[in-house]
Ligand binder design. Structure first.
Ligand SMILES: [Mg+2]
Ligand SMILES: [Zn+2]
Length: 207
């Protein structure tokens, strides 16, 4: 499949009612750092991220970040380190109106680690909107599934870590954060929803 086209009246309707936009952090707003980044000086925004988030703010849409930080639960980084990194992201790409992160390891079986809906629900509550009036933009299937579980609209912006199956399963796919924001703003304005994305290089497993 060279190109996937997703369109739908139901999705268009959902986007017309969007009241807030949430983002995944790693490989969506900033480049992921191997082995759990605890160092704010290593924060590198994805090109165009600040501009894309700024356009949402200019349109009056609250924004937030929902991020799995299992490095805390696994003992690689502290809450303080993650919060310092988040503050750096806020300074370079934000400011965001709410930050929600899950500190748990997968073995903790918490209700906040994406693909569970907890972070999205918490962010929506913090922003004073219903979860089904939010969009979650992220780079892997876990983000899309968390959005679905919370009743939010998921938009996938593939990164080098995204698997082809995750692209196929996503209700909406955008080439870049800028394109994802275009989609949200066009949806709010009542335009139809259609988006295409080049399939990422074939991968069978996440590195
Ligand atoms: Mg990510
Ligand atoms: Zn959790």
């Amino acid at each position: 499949m060279a190109c996937g086209v997703r369109a739908g009246r139901a999705l268009a309707r959902r986007l017309r009612d969007v009241r807030a936009v949430l983002f995944d952090r790693d490989d969506t707003l900033i480049r992921d750092v191997p082995r759990y980044n605890g160092d704010p000086t290593l924060v590198q925004p994805i090109p165009g991220a600040a501009e894309a988030v700024g356009r949402l703010r200019a349109a009056g849409l609250p924004t937030g970040v929902v991020s799995n930080q299992s490095g805390i639960g696994r003992g690689f980084v502290s809450h303080m380190q993650v919060q310092r990194v988040n503050a750096r992201v806020d300074a370079l790409v934000g400011p965001f109106d709410t930050w929600q992160y899950c500190p748990h390891a997968p073995a903790d079986a918490c209700t906040c680690r994406k693909p569970a809906p907890g972070l999205v629900v918490r962010a929506a509550r913090a922003l004073g909107v219903e979860p089904h009036h939010t969009v979650l933009i992220g780079d892997i299937g876990t983000d899309v599934r968390a959005a679905r579980a919370a009743g939010a609209v998921g938009i996938l912006v593939p990164s080098p870590r995204t698997l082809p199956a995750e692209v196929r399963e996503a209700p909406l796919v955008a080439r870049s954060l800028g394109d994802a924001v275009d989609l949200v703003l066009a949806g709010l304005a009542g335009a139809g929803v259609a988006t295409a994305v080049a399939a990422p290089a074939a991968r069978t497993a996440r590195p």
